[in-house]
Structure formats: C-alpha cells, structure tokens
Design a binder for this molecule. Sequence first.
Ligand code: A3P
Length: 268
Amino acid sequence: MKLFNLTSWRRLFRKPEIKPTGKPFDLYPDDVFLVSYPKSGNTWLRFMIGNYITNCAVDFTNNHLLIPDIHFNPEKCAELESRPRFIKSHMPYTAQYPKVIYIIRDGRDVAVSYFYYAQKMGLLDKSTSFSTFLKEFTQSGVGSYGSWSSHVESWTAGERPNVLVIKYEDMLENAAIQLERTLRFAGVDCDVTKIEAAVEASKFNKMQNLEIQQHDLVFVQMRGITDDSIRFVRKGESGDWLNHFSKEDELYFGKTNDHVLDKFGYLK
Ligand code: A3P
C-alpha cells in the first residue's frame, strides 16, 4: 500500500512547464527563484522578503500573490509587475531559472517536518509510524521532486554564480544576515532598519499567530480541508529529528544521505 495519496499530491502540486520564450510566462534575466526541497524554510524566507518589500504588510493571504508559487499559481507569476520578480519553486535543478536562491535544511529535520505536513494535508494516515514514513520518504522522496539528497546535489553541484545557497540553520542563527545576502544577490537596495523590521515581523511566533488567525482562509479555502491541530508553522527548530529518529532510522537514512549531510556540515 502506498503511504502517500499520490493523486491528491499531484493535484496539490501541478508541475508547470516554463519556457523562456513562451507560455505560461516569459522569464526576465533578473527573475529570482526561491528554490528548496519542501519543508526547508521557503515560506519563512518569502515572508522576510515580502515584509521587506511591503514595509511589513505580509500575511498568509497575500504572500502567495507577492511571491507566487510556480506550482500552485503560475498565472500569478506572469502578473507580477515589480522587478526583480521573486518566484517560489520546488523544482530539482533546471538551467531555465535566471537567478536562484537555494534553501537547504538538514534532511533529517526536513523528513520530520514533512511527516507532520503530510498528516496535516491528509496525505499520510496518522497511524503510520515515523519509521515506516521515513522509508518511503528516503526511497521515493516527496511528490515528483526526487529524494532530498538528489535535490540538494542537483542545485549545489559545481560553481554556479547564478545560485546562492542559504541554510535554514543559518537563518535560525541570524536571519538578518541571510536576508541581507538574499536582497544583495537579488539586486535589491539594502536598508538595515527595514531588514530588522522585516526579520521581526517574520519571527516564528508572529507567523504562527497569523497562521492561526488565517487558517480557514488559507488552508481550508485555498488548499482544501486540513487538520488544524497540526500547524504549518510547527516548531521552527533545528535538530527535531533527534526526537523522532531511532538508531535504525538514522542508519537507514544515512546510507543514502550521509554524504550530503556531511558536505553541508550536518554530521558534526
Ligand atoms: P517545522 O515543521 O520543522 O517546524 P516550508 O515553508 O519550506 O514548507 O518549511 C516549513 C518549515 O519552516 C516548518 O518547519 C516551519 O515551522 C518552519 N518555519 C516557518 N516559519 C518559520 C520561522 N519564522 N522561523 C523558523 N522556522 C519557520
């Protein structure tokens, strides 16, 4: 039996074709794609950028219009007027994206975060143990994006001046520094006071409170029925995998992922 309900998953993530010179929208050379494996902190970075651009007016109802998700609403990408355009994507490596900010997070924390997200979205039966889920996650990955390590390797192979890598754990350590790197890379003027305000407005508790207030508007109306006892802005920590992985889980995941965990300093 498949653990993931793939039909609803595919409905949830339509994978658009992007053609540089054709439908659904043309790309500009200064377009910035915020790319990540699901559950790596993309929404947080989108909130920080959005709060910077709008002087802290971002919430869960307008963030997807300001920085659209290419999988959910590609048509909104074409409607963006301000430049550079920021666009969210989960795609594995593609040479089509002009500029890319690639967010990486410890794959073990990604697995835990996705475990709860899949339950929230009704993609995973709540009786499924974490170990059983982890096997499927490790072998098949999420949706059609491949495994965690193949995704990370695809975006971080070689020297690519148009790709800036940002770690979720570094955002936890100092979000302002990572927001400033992001803005400079995107060619947006940096203002220290505005950066501080954007970081403050995008703090975990503020985002979680907004999620609670806007749950019905965002998660029910836009994404269908979801379980509101499990939060999207859930824990926001590094190392939650230690609370979920057995020794066997660690060895199992490590077999195919340790080389990437090691490369990015997660095995220290
Ligand atoms: P957890 O489930 O581990 O808490 P994405 O947006 O890519 O789907 O990533 C979701 C993860 O980012 C969730 O991780 C979520 O809690 C975390 N996150 C969202 N906003 C955050 C914030 N302001 N600070 C820290 N982590 C945040």
